[in-house]
Design a protein around this ligand. Structure first.
Ligand code: GMT
Length: 375
C-alpha cells in the first residue's frame, strides 16, 4: 500500500479525467489517495474510504494583483506530504504543478518522490513561450520520474525544451465500464434524429487549437451527400463564433450545440463518426472514448492522434485543414456499412487491447515502484 498525492486541474478536461480515474483505480487496489486540487475533481463523486480531498484555498489579499494559486498549492502540498507522510506526489502538468511539487518537496520534512505526467498543453502551447521554457524544463528535470501520454509528446518535449532525461510513454486509458457499445434509440429520438440520418460528433473545449470550424466545414460537405446531424459537445472561447459559422452556412437545423456534457458515453452511443481535427493534440482522449463505444474516428496527422487512430483500420488520418479529404473519407465510411462495421469492431478491440485501464494502471504502478526503490 502506498500513500499517493495527486494534483491535476479538477475541471473538465482529459488530464483531469485521467488523474481522477487513475486515483480511483489506485484506491481500489488498496492505496491511500490524496487529491490536492483547487476544487473537487468533477469525476470524483461518491464516497471511497481510501480517497481524501485536500482543497487548495485561495485568499484574495488586496496587496496581490492576482491570487497566488501556485504558492498556495505548493504550501498545501507540503502540508499534506508531512501530515499524511506521502510516498509519492503524482502531478499532472509540468507547469505549474511539477514546479509547485518541487517547491513543496523542499519545504516538507518528509521525503517524497515526484512523478510528473505531461499532457501536452504545458509543452506544445506553454512551451513555445520563452518566458516559461526554463521553468517547465526545470520541473521536468527535477521530477523523480516523468511520463507523457504519447510518443509524439516525448519527442516534442525533447525537441522544444532540450530535455535529455528519460520520459516514459504511458498512454491514456478508458474506464470500460463506462465506455462501451450500447443501443440508445431513445436518445436519438430525443434529439430529433431521423432513422436515416447519420450522426457525427465532435467533443472539445472549443479552443482555437481544436479547429472546430474545420469540423463544421467538413460536415457542411458531408450533409450534402449523406443525411446527417452534427453534435457539437463542449464549450469554450470559440463557441459563439462557431454558432455564427453554422448560421452563415445555413445548417442550423442539422447542427446541435449541446454545450458541456458529463456523460459523453451516452452521446457516443448514438454516434456513427467522431471528428477531431486539431492542430495540437498530444493524445486525444475523446478519440479513445469514442473508439471504446464502437465509433470510428477521423483525426488529423497531428501530435499523438496517429498513435490512437490506426489509419484504415479504426478510422482515418488526414492532413490538417484538408476539408475535402476529411469529407470524402467520412462519406466513404458512412455509406459503406460493411466497412463501417469492420472499423467499429476494430475500434472497440483496439481500445481494449492497447488502452485498457488495467494495463495502464500496471504501467503507472511500475513507475511508482521504481522511484521508491531508486530504480
Ligand atoms: O486541450 C485539451 O484538450 C485539454 C487538455 C487537458 O488538460 O486535459 O488535454 C490534453 O491532455 C489530454 C489528456 O492527456 C490529451 O488527451 C489532449 O490531447 C491534451 N491536449 C492537447 O495536447 C492540446
Amino acid at each position: 500500500m502506498k500513500k499517493i498525492g495527486i494534483t491535476c486541474y479538477p475541471s473538465v478536461g482529459g488530464s483531469g479525467v485521467i488523474a481522477t480515474e487513475l486515483g480511483k483505480l489506485l484506491a481500489k487496489q488498496g492505496n491511500e489517495i490524496h487529491f490536492i486540487t483547487s476544487s473537487l475533481p468533477f469525476r470524483l463523486q461518491g464516497v471511497n474510504s481510501n480517497i481524501y480531498f485536500h482543497e487548495v484555498e485561495l485568499n484574495h489579499y488586496p496587496v496581490f494583483q492576482y491570487p497566488p494559486y501556485d504558492l498556495a498549492l505548493a504550501n498545501k502540498m507540503a502540508e499534506v506530504i508531512d501530515q499524511e507522510k506521502l510516498d509519492i506526489l503524482h502531478v499532472h502538468y509540468a507547469m505549474p504543478h511539477a514546479i509547485c511539487a518541487i517547491l513543496a518537496r523542499e519545504i516538507a520534512e518528509h521525503d517524497v518522490k515526484i512523478v510528473t505526467t505531461l499532457h501536452g498543453t504545458d509543452i506544445t502551447v506553454l512551451g513555445i513561450d520563452n518566458s516559461l521554457t526554463k521553468m517547465i524544463k526545470h520541473g521536468i528535470d527535477q521530477s523523480d520520474a516523468v511520463t507523457a501520454v504519447s510518443r509524439s509528446l516525448v519527442a516534442q518535449t525533447k525537441e522544444m525544451l532540450g530535455v535529455e532525461r528519460e520520459i516514459e510513454v504511458i498512454y491514456n486509458f478508458i474506464d470500460e465500464r463506462e465506455y462501451h457499445q450500447r443501443e440508445n434509440q431513445r436518445l436519438r429520438q430525443d434529439y430529433g434524429i431521423a432513422d436515416e440520418e447519420k450522426v457525427i460528433i465532435h467533443v472539445s473545449n472549443f479552443r482555437k487549437v481544436k479547429r472546430v470550424a474545420d469540423v463544421i466545414a467538413a460536415f457542411h460537405i458531408i450533409q450534402g451527400k449523406v443525411p446527417a446531424k452534427l453534435l457539437l459537445v463542449g464549450d469554450g472561447p470559440e463557441y459563439s463564433e462557431m454558432c455564427r459559422v453554422v448560421k452563415q452556412l445555413g445548417i442550423e437545423d442539422r447542427v446541435l450545440f449541446l454545450g458541456r456534457q458529463i456523460n459523453v458515453s451516452d452521446l457516443f452511443s448514438i454516434a456513427d463518426l467522431k471528428l477531431l481535427l486539431s492542430e495540437k493534440e498530444s493524445f486525444g482522449l475523446v478519440l479513445l472514448e469514442a473508439m471504446a463505444c464502437g465509433v470510428p474516428c477521423i483525426g488529423t496527422n497531428i501530435g499523438g492522434i496517429p498513435e490512437v487512430i490506426e489509419h484504415g483500420q479504426t478510422g482515418f488520418i488526414t492532413d490538417l485543414g484538408d476539408i475535402k479529404d476529411i469529407a470524402e473519407r467520412a462519406v466513404q465510411l458512412l455509406t459503406d456499412s460493411e466497412l463501417w462495421q469492420t472499423f467499429s469492431k476494430t475500434a472497440v478491440q483496439s481500445a481494449h487491447k492497447r488502452f485498457r485501464a488495467e494495463k495502464i494502471l500496471t504501467a503507472y504502478e511500475q513507475v511508482y515502484d521504481s522511484v521508491m526503490t531508486g530504480g
